[in-house]
Design a protein around this ligand. Structure first.
Ligand SMILES: *[C@@H]1O[C@H](CO)[C@@H](O)[C@H](O)[C@H]1NC(C)=O
Ligand SMILES: *[C@@H]1O[C@H](CO)[C@@H](O)[C@H](O)[C@H]1NC(C)=O
Length: 146
């Protein structure tokens, strides 16, 4: 009985693998994606106070936790896209001027390809007028204005 169960499991696993190979995207599931979120907020006048950015990111399975970020801190995590390609990390960002924004740091359907260009990284920069995206660490787009 146990043997039969094992055989069924092996056959099922082989089928899944065959399907993945057939659609020719199996290699993507092996990629370790890196998310970088940097606090690029300006210093607050008049005392040049360092603004604290509160960031909380999570997916269905992983809660990265609430982080208090100083200026230029880089909040990074690494993960693989799930087999169903439903991986989604959403974040809440809040800083001292009472600004708050929800944004999606990684959506498999949107980011799986574009974030392979530069060290498999999706890069976000939190600035005074919004949350900017880059996939090559050189051109930045204000994707989520405050
Ligand atoms: C992006 O470029 C900056 C400035 O050169 C560098 O400090 C940073 O490490 C780079 N980010 C990544 C994710 O490589
Ligand atoms: C970075 O990406 C942007 C937008 O895709 C592109 O216009 C720009 O040429 C790229 N820069 C470099 C240095 O690859």
């Amino acid at each position: 009985m146990a043997d039969l169960k094992n055989i069924v499991l092996v056959v099922l696993a082989s089928c899944l693998l065959a399907i993945e190979i057939a659609i020719g995207e199996e290699d993507m599931l092996l990629i370790n994606y890196h998310i970088h979120i940097t606090n690029d907020l300006p210093l607050l006048s008049p005392a040049n106070d360092v603004p604290t950015l509160y960031l909380h990111c999570k997916s269905k399975d992983d809660d990265i936790g609430l982080k208090a970020m100083r200026v230029w801190d880089d909040y990074t995590w690494i993960f693989k896209v799930n087999v169903l390609r439903t991986t989604l990390f959403s974040c809440n960002a809040r800083w001292t001027k009472g600004k708050q924004r929800h944004f999606d740091a990684f959506v498999a359907s949107r980011d799986e390809e574009r974030c392979q260009k530069y060290h498999n990284s999706c890069m976000w920069s939190v600035r005074s007028d919004g949350i900017y995206f880059s996939n090559n660490n050189s051109t930045w787009t204000n994707t989520y204005p405050w």
